[in-house]
Design a protein around this ligand. Structure first.
Ligand SMILES: Nc1ncnc2c1ncn2[C@@H]1O[C@H](COP(=O)(O)OP(=O)(O)OP(=O)(O)O)[C@@H](O)[C@H]1O
Length: 344
């Protein structure tokens, strides 16, 4: 199913403008993440698509061209998974998965064959007869997905699908969730505040800030080509390089950096993996802290900008605390953006 949102906005009766007029187009089978900090309006947007919340007048919500803005939730044929999963604790895995199918009053043979189908798809065969209370967090998550998928919804909406799990399990289940959603083959929108989760699972990520979609694009496009300072900082933790730009030069406290283009009036940003400690570089900084992260050292450097600058460095030798080091940042890795740019 394709989803087209036009002019979707929401002001709550309290006066809170949770969502400014937003447009979004999602293709059949696409997996899109709504990513943003707490309170940016992502759950509100998801709830409006689900029909759990009504948008302000003037909005269009089209499922395959059909405007569903005035249809109640049950008529929209959406599958939903919430962060708590909300499984029925007194029922078995099969019972949970079959619940929506029974509500649709399908014949028993059809219900059984569909349950078998999604149980196989979600690799839940060994647990089919178990009570859901006797399952691990990851298994419960698969049951919640299977239950939402069984009635063949037109679109699947997930609200923070991994947030109930502890962090080691989250990483593992991220890949599993991405694979399972692709096997389902349906259009998916999921909400998360976790950048890694959005990038690992989604085909495209819509980064939201203060009730607006600031930018939508593939994970690579957002990372390499952020359009606003907010997107640069939220996706991949770009650090500001506050200094004076003159033509193709950026003057910082710790030295002068060459830029690729004339960037007067813009602000410069860089990512920690692009800050390189080398023999002879244009910047000088002092090593304030070194943390070993396994694959990398995380090095905090003072004297380059007013805030400490972080460098990520792989390799076997870490610089010493207090050492003055030479630093280079390749011009093509410096992101220059208009500080006034708010949203796309
Ligand atoms: N029912 C409501 N009545 C009034 N204000 C609301 C209501 N629901 C949400 N809001 C407000 O709307 C704004 C957006 O909320 P929303 O839940 O969409 O954000 P979010 O990005 O999903 O945040 P979180 O990650 O914390 O859930 C917030 O300021 C919130 O306080």
């Amino acid at each position: 199913m394709t989803l087209t949102l036009t002019n979707v906005a929401k002001t709550f009766p309290s006066g809170t403008r949770a969502l400014l007029p937003s447009n979004l187009e999602i293709a059949q089978g696409e997996i899109v993440s709504l990513l943003g900090p707490s309170g940016c309006g992502k759950s509100t947007l998801l709830r409006i698509i689900a029909g759990l919340e009504t948008a302000d007048p003037g909005a269009e919500i089209r499922f395959d061209g059909e405007d569903v803005a005035t249809l109640p939730t049950e008529k929209r044929k959406v599958g939903m998974v919430f962060q708590s999963y909300a499984l029925f604790p007194n029922m078995s895995v099969r019972g949970n998965i079959g619940y929506g199918l029974k509500m649709q009053k399908l014949p028993k043979s059809e219900i059984d064959s569909r349950i078998d189908e999604v149980i196989a798809l979600c690799r839940l065969e060994p647990y089919a007869a178990r009570s859901v209370t006797a399952l691990s967090g990851g298994q419960r998550q698969r049951v919640a997905l299977a239950r939402a998928f069984a009635p063949r919804p037109r679109i699947l909406l997930l609200d923070e699908p991994l947030s109930a799990l502890d962090s080691s399990l989250r990483n593992q289940l991220r890949d599993e969730l991405a694979q399972l959603l692709r096997k389902f083959g349906i259009t998916v929108i999921f909400v998360t505040h976790d950048q890694n989760e959005a990038m690992a699972i989604a085909d495209r990520v819509a980064v939201m800030s203060q009730g607006e979609v600031a930018q939508i694009g593939t994970p690579e496009a957002l990372y390499r080509n952020p359009k606003t300072p907010f997107v640069a900082q939220f996706v991949g933790d770009a650090m500001a390089l506050p200094g004076r730009i003159e033509g193709r030069k950026l003057h910082l406290e710790g030295g002068v950096l060459p830029l690729n283009s004339d960037s007067v009036g813009l602000n410069a940003y860089v990512r920690a993996e692009d800050v390189r400690l080398i023999e002879d570089g244009p910047l000088k900084g002092k090593v304030e802290a070194v943390t070993f992260l396994g694959t990398h050292y995380r090095i905090s450097l003072s004297g380059i900008t007013s805030e400490p600058l972080i460098a990520l460095q792989s390799g076997l030798i870490a610089p010493k605390l207090g050492e003055i080091v030479n630093i280079a940042i390749a011009p093509e890795t410096i992101i220059t953006l208009n500080p006034e740019e708010k949203a796309a």
